[in-house]
Design a protein around this ligand. Structure first.
Ligand code: SF4
Length: 187
């Protein structure tokens, strides 16, 4: 059953976030082009890279791009789950960890040392950043369903604009999303 409340005059509230993502899924959402104007008649954006809202409010739909690579990702994801009636894993990174999960084959400490401490061209004295303001990286990159319940998965790297459009229209109409032929892909 679709957990989004489909009826009523009010606009649906939609939050979006990029965790360990590349913002490519957000770019693909924006690729619906002039259909954005139609979309904005039906929804309003809450916390999102597209708005200046810092704290997520109560939302109907949360679109999560990116997997989990650090402690802040986990905290933000839990906030999204707590505030969104319907939570969607958008794109390969959120669904499987995606290409960033390639680092799961490597040792985190060795990687950080290589990048920040011993890479050719670094200034003398360079070291792994340790400011407490920085979120600690996780040993492995995780898909979001390993931490919270996910209602729907929208595959692709990124999902196409047409896939976003069909998916969101189904959700807005109170239907269980069903992507037709040609809209489901994983690359
Ligand atoms: S799924 Fe692809 S486009 Fe989306 S955040 Fe991951 S790498 Fe970027």
């Amino acid at each position: 059953m679709n957990p989004v409340l489909p009826h009523g005059p009010r606009k649906l509230k939609v939050a979006t976030v990029s965790l360990a993502g590349c913002f490519g899924c957000h770019m693909s959402l924006l690729d619906i082009d002039e259909r954005l104007l139609t979309l904005l008649e039906r929804i309003e954006f809450d916390r999102s890279p597209l708005t200046d809202i810092k704290e997520i409010g109560h939302c109907d739909i949360g679109l999560v791009e990116g997997g989990l690579c650090n402690a802040e990702n986990v905290m933000v994801l839990r906030e999204f789950r707590a505030h969104c009636k319907t939570l969607v894993a958008v794109g390969a990174c959120a669904i499987t960890g995606g290409l960033p999960a390639q680092r799961n084959h490597l040792d985190l400490g060795v990687m950080l040392t290589n990048v920040y401490g011993s890479r050719h061209g670094l200034a003398a004295g360079s070291a792994i950043p340790s400011d407490p303001e920085l979120p600690l990286p996780l040993n492995k990159v995780h898909p979001i369903h390993e931490v919270v319940h996910v209602d729907y998965f929208l595959p692709g790297c990124p999902p196409s604009a047409d896939a976003f459009w069909a998916f969101l229209n189904d959700l807005m109409a109170g239907r269980t999303p069903h992507l037709g032929h040609g809209l489901i892909h994983y690359d």
